[in-house]
Ligand binder design. Structure first.
Ligand code: ZN
Ligand code: ZN
Ligand code: FE
Length: 756
């Protein structure tokens, strides 16, 4: 086609393109470029007819994708080239009210810059209004009760728009055109300030000021936000933070922080351009940032927020309510989910008064109901781009698009960090983070989430995919549905999730390392190399196995993993090695019990877990013998690498064939020797990590598959992942790691869908 040729293009766009400011955007783009034609909403998407020079039309189409409104999501964009129709201007056509609306449910988005300006502008009618939103921002997923996405199908149904809001809502050129949650101080929701017993003490602006005063005074305030409650307190106040830890029964696990501004974040943390962009993005996740060492940092954020941790989980205000509260305070607050440990986040204020009894001193609430819980997402920079570690607000439930369509399916995920998923055609809709299915409330939430996903997408599943572990509650749930069951091996699901995240086809060598997953042989896997082809997988290599005395108890006791591993290497001789940190960490009575377990193999399952190998290493170098949460020892092992830059390794050895076994004896002996010689912890940790990476490269060379997928909870470790990426590249491989879907068990549901 000659680029100067005058043409007409018909562009048909599907996805989340309604109620997100799409038509005004197309209108502005076309008129800016002096192109003619029209735009309208058809039953299934947006149609644009556009006329002009072919070159300009190409630019126009490219800019639709590049500059689309922040809240929109394009699923497909098809172009038909036609002869010119002779349009003289560009118009917005009335939408066709018939036909079904888009079935894409959008995530909740952080307050846009325009709305932020309005709430801080004394002349604006939304000055200080905590529920301001527009088509570019505001609640979606957390307030939708049914499809199509229209105001009556949201929790805003009970609020009747005033004349002014209605006029905005109906004006195609207004930023609030079809903004379903549109509201103002006259017609929308408002705040309430409740005492610990649920008694109303203040409303509106007074409620916000009372909450700010309480936080300033060192109290713990439960704040109803977008997808649930936060427990907030002054992040500078050691006392308040410590009290929150005691009440939440959370000894050491880091608390997330909300800062008034990026400027103050930079006083406490190192923030790269990419990290700043993430913090201020419509997703506005919690970003894990390196703490800097400026003098006075601890006066801005108490060290109790994240003990022994060089990272801070930081977010910026993402609703007008948060903006107003944080502007009032002017200092960062702890903003941890409003729940008891392991329970899902609270969403209803009456329920919160019951469930958060004893946790919160008072409640800042509002009367816009939350339809479903949505936690804050957590993101970390890995290999120069973001990696989602907890996928919820801002991301869920946007679909992941598969290469091939699948039959209608439900996938129930694993057990910890659970998410579920439904699949329809090429789209997989992964639920928001649900959490560990350890408590009854969590299991309730899990059932509700699956029911609501199925209902939202009107899905009649033909089968249900689940983990092979027979005891997982998710597996039991799948069985009880009566649907045809499809079991997908845990580590295979991890690899498939990583492949889907990267839109990658077979063949792939999957490096699937995590804490636990049920293997096809009934043992606990966790240090796996899976060769994946079009038909399935084979276990190409794995870590040498060892016994884990005490099974699940060992997850919180690295010394047990270390003892099991040493027993595998040295047998009974290990019980006399009183020079070793893990052996020293047990009393003789405890040791008697463990000796019995290991000798008889009772309550001491065989495992090839890489997660437990990290624990064992942390124990052997004397870093940590007990944990207060899973993965803590491995995390701290990673933290010791801060500022260490060495390329030394211990000896690396592969044994046998089909499957190949990674022999850890040489590097465990190396660690023991170094620990005995007083080598610095960071150096030992670096050598340990480097050795594991060399093992990955060695196995990849044996497999001879170019594409290597790094997946499983262990690859949340930045050092391990980044070093594996660079060493694999140096060795001629193409490494892939996670981006939109977590490498941890939050990604399992996606992998199960693909594995069917
Ligand atoms: Zn907005
Ligand atoms: Zn209004
Ligand atoms: Fe896993």
């Amino acid at each position: 086609m000659d680029n100067r040729e005058y043409r007409r293009a018909r562009v048909f766009i599907t996805g989340a393109v309604q109620g997100v400011g799409f038509r005004p955007f197309v209108y502005r783009l076309a008129t800016d470029m002096q192109l003619t034609g029209w735009v309208n909403n058809s039953s299934a998407g947006v149609t644009v007819e556009i006329e002009g020079d072919a070159a300009a039309l190409h630019t126009f189409i490219r800019r639709i994708e590049a500059d689309k409104p922040p809240a929109s999501f394009i699923q497909s964009l098809d172009v038909t080239w036609l002869d010119p129709a002779g349009y003289t201007d560009f118009t917005i056509h009335e939408s066709d009210p018939s036909g079904e609306k888009t079935a894409i449910i959008l995530p909740d988005f952080a307050t846009c810059p325009d709305c932020q300006r309005e709430i801080f502008d004394p002349a604006n009618r939304r000055y200080r209004y905590p529920f301001t939103n527009c088509t570019n921002c505001g609640p979606r997923f957390s307030i939708i009760t049914a499809l199509p996405y229209d105001r009556p199908n949201t929790t805003m149904a009970a609020f009747e728009m005033c004349d002014e809001c209605r006029a905005e809502y109906e004006n195609p050129l207004d930023r609030r055109f079809h903004a379903q949650p549109n509201a103002c101080p006259k017609c929308g929701p408002h705040l309430g300030w409740w005492g610990a017993d649920g008694k109303v003490l203040a409303t509106h602006r007074e409620a916000l000021l009372a909450a700010a005063a309480a936080i300033r005074g060192g109290e713990i305030v439960a704040v109803k936000g977008l997808g649930g409650f936060h427990l907030m307190c002054d992040a500078r106040n050691d006392d308040a933070v410590t009290r929150l830890r005691e009440r939440k029964r959370r000894e050491e696990k880091p608390f997330a922080l909300m800062f008034p501004s990026l400027y103050i974040v930079r006083a406490v943390c190192d923030v790269s351009e990419l990290e700043a962009a993430l913090l201020t993005s419509p997703q506005a996740p919690i970003v894990l940032l390196q703490r800097n060492h400026n003098v006075g940092t601890r006066y801005i954020v108490s060290l109790h927020v994240a003990p022994n941790n060089p990272y801070r989980g930081v977010m910026l205000p993402y609703t007008p309510l948060h903006h107003l509260l944080l502007a009032e305070l002017g200092f960062p607050v702890v903003a941890t989910s409003g729940n008891l440990s392991d329970e899902p986040i609270c969403t209803d204020e009456r329920e919160a008064v019951e469930r958060l009894r004893g946790l919160a001193d008072a409640f800042l609430v509002h009367n816009r109901p939350i339809e479903r819980h949505v936690d804050d997402s957590i993101v970390r920079m890995v290999g120069g781009r973001e990696m989602v570690m907890r996928r919820a607000r801002g991301y869920a439930p946007l679909p992941i698009r598969l290469r091939e369509p699948v039959k209608p399916l439900v996938a129930v995920g694993a057990h910890l960090k659970n998410t579920a998923a439904v699949a329809r055609g090429k789209d997989v809709f992964i639920s928001q983070h649900i959490g560990d299915l350890e408590t009854e409330p969590a299991f309730d939430a899990f059932r509700r989430v699956i029911a609501s996903l199925q209902q939202a997408y009107e899905l009649q599943p033909e089968a249900i995919a689940h983990d092979l572990h027979p005891d997982y509650l998710s597996t039991q749930y799948a069985r009880a549905t009566g649907l045809p069951l499809i079991g997908v091996q845990h580590h295979y699901a991890h690899v498939l999730a990583c492949m889907a995240d990267n839109e990658l086809g077979a063949p792939v060598l999957g490096v699937s390392w995590d804490g636990t997953g049920y293997g096809t042989d009934g043992t606990i896997w966790g240090g796996e190399f899976l060769r994946v082809d079009e038909r399935g997988f084979d276990r190409f290599a794995h870590l040498r196995t060892f016994r884990l005395p005490g099974s699940d108890v060992a997850v919180k006791e690295p010394r047990r993993a270390a003892l099991g591993l040493l027993y595998e290497i040295y047998g009974d001789a290990v019980f006399d090695r009183h020079d070793l940190a893990p052996v020293k960490a047990f009393t003789s009575a405890e040791m008697n019990v463990l000796r019995g377990m290991l000798r008889r193999g009772l309550n001491a399952p065989v495992t090839s877990s890489a997660g437990r190998l990290f624990d064992a290493a942390a124990s052997l170098i004397g870093l940590r013998q007990r944990c207060s949460f899973e993965g803590q020892a491995a995390m701290e092992l990673e933290f010791t690498l801060n500022g260490v830059s060495i390329n030394d390794t211990y000896h690396c050895e592969l044994r046998g064939d089909s499957p190949i076994v990674i022999e850890y004896q040489p590097f465990i002996e190396g660690l023991i020797a170094d620990a005995g010689a007083g080598v610095p912890v960071g150096v030992m940790s670096a050598k340990f990590h480097n050795t594991l990476v060399e093992n990955i490269v060695a196995v990849a060379q044996r497999a001879g598959i170019e594409r290597v997928a790094l997946t499983g909870g262990c690859f949340q470790n930045v050092y391990l992942t980044e070093r594996a990426i660079s060493r694999l590249r140096e060795s001629g491989f193409t490494p892939y790691w996670h981006r939109r879907v977590p490498p941890n068990d939050g990604g399992i549901a996606l992998g199960q869908v693909v594995g069917v």
